[in-house]
Design a protein around this ligand. Structure first.
Ligand code: PMP
Length: 426
């Protein structure tokens, strides 16, 4: 009989990766747990889309009720959307008072870049050299993982991604200054080349860069540099938003900066495809004047209902506080493990987005990349789903649904302890 993997390749085409050497065939989820087709249960320490928990009944009900009532688009008067946007923008500081919904984080970033270009009249964009902001033609120019056909666009500049273990360390004044200097140099270059500066786009948590520890004001001087050149700061909160990092609802609050534009996605609808862009009325107005933008599905009443349910559950179940306290507890546990397993070079993160960078002999010049891949595989074999990321792909990425408990953290830590005891770094 044809395997699911073979069927997948036949129907979806080649070169389509899965997680794990032995891919997991998931059929059901509830809270922080998922089950495979053989009835095996896994602790989900990876998925941030089911933000308030897999199959949360309040979100399921919101989607079902609204689908049963009306599913149109945003060109009719619809208070479902307005009620949601009102609740959403109330969580942002002034002047971030307006929102536009999209269907994906990529699309949100695409719109954000065009907003910045409309508002500044310039086209230059700056991003880090180890980032991912999505996959539209415009946004994929920001990623260096694969060179775009024809090379990177002339209006894009990359600055070195922050790193807290290698010089200049991002948790030091030197690292903060080096980042700002690189951004300023990119601005000067964009001005010289005639593109001018539209925006610096960064995840305020630098999630895809491996969430390095930062100085408290790490982004401030870089933002000031961009603004000196007439550009805007776009905070990509697709990963860091909705309380993930525990200390506040938004990663930019934690980073002590006020962006001009914020993009949202992944956890926003707990799995229902909804993403968005939050900005000021002025910038939104400039965008609407320069671009004709409409999207059939974005901001439809079902999407708005799903997203509104997520905001309510976050509040009612005090999940941001939970992220903070369970995250701290889990990191303390990881530090305990570090005493027994020297391959754990650095424990870091915030809220329920944390991990450990693996190093051979504690040497930042020797990232334990292959070992970290084996750890992720072994954790999966032991019923815990997590993965790895970072500049050297040697950092365990732990980012569970927000109702993750201390008991769940204990299970994660016990399993990791066992796996690290069994595997020896090469
Ligand atoms: N921004 C960031 C920071 C992301 O991590 C991602 C997805 N991993 C995106 C944007 C793109 O979002 P989407 O997959 O919804 O297009």
């Amino acid at each position: 009989m044809e395997s699911i993997a073979a069927r997948r390749q036949r129907l979806l085409g080649p070169n389509l990766p899965t997680f794990y050497d032995e891919p997991v065939h998931l059929v059901r989820g509830e809270g922080v747990w998922v089950w495979d087709a053989d009835g095996r249960r896994y602790l989900d320490c990876y998925n941030n889309v089911p933000h308030v928990g897999h199959a949360h009944p309040a979100v399921v009900a919101a989607v079902a009720e609204q689908t049963a009532k009306l599913a149109t688009h945003s060109r009719y008067l619809d208070e479902t959307l307005l009620d949601y946007v009102e609740a959403l923008v109330a969580t942002f500081a002034s002047p971030l008072d307006c929102a536009l919904l999209t269907c994906s984080g990529s699309e949100a970033n695409d719109v954000a870049l065009r907003m910045a270009q409309a508002a500044t009249g310039s086209t230059g964009v700056i991003a880090t050299d180890h980032t991912y902001h999505g996959n539209t033609a415009l946004v994929s120019q920001l990623s260096k993982a694969k060179t775009p056909i024809g090379g990177h666009a002339a209006n894009v500049r990359h600055v070195p991604a922050p790193d807290c273990l290698r010089e200049p360390r991002s948790d030091s004044a030197d690292g903060e200054a080096a980042f700002a200097t690189a951004v300023r140099a990119a601005c000067e270059d964009l001005r010289r080349s005639g593109h001018g500066v539209a925006a610096l786009i960064v995840c305020p948590y630098f999630a895809n860069e491996g969430f390095p520890t930062l100085t408290p004001g790490f982004l401030q001087a870089a933002a000031a540099a961009v603004r000196d050149f007439g550009g805007l700061l776009i905070a990509d909160e697709v990963q860091s938003g909705f309380g993930r990092t525990g200390e506040s609802l938004w990663g930019h609050d934690r980073a002590n900066v006020l962006p001009d534009i914020v993009t949202l996605g992944k956890p926003m609808g707990n799995g229902y495809p909804v993403a968005g862009v939050v900005t000021s009325a002025d910038i939104m107005g400039e965008f609407r004047e320069r671009y004709r933008y409409f999207n059939t599905f974005a901001g439809n009443p079902v999407a708005a209902s799903a997203a509104h349910a997520v905001l309510r559950v976050l509040d009612e179940e005090r999940l941001v506080e939970n992220a903070d306290s369970v995250g701290n507890y889990a990191r303390a546990g990881l530090r305990e493990l570090q005493r027994r397993h020297p391959v754990i070079g650095n424990v870091r993160g915030s809220g329920l987005f944390f991990g450990a960078e693996m190093l051979i002999d504690g040497d930042p010049a020797r990232p334990a990349t292959e070992f970290t891949a084996r750890v992720a595989e072994a954790m999966r074999a032991n019923g815990v789903l997590l993965n790895r990321l970072g500049i050297h792909y040697n950092t365990l990425k732990i980012r569970p649904p927000m109702p993750f408990s201390r008991a769940n953290a204990d299970r994660l830590l016990e399993t990791l302890d066992r796996v690290l005891g069994e595997l020896a770094p090469a």
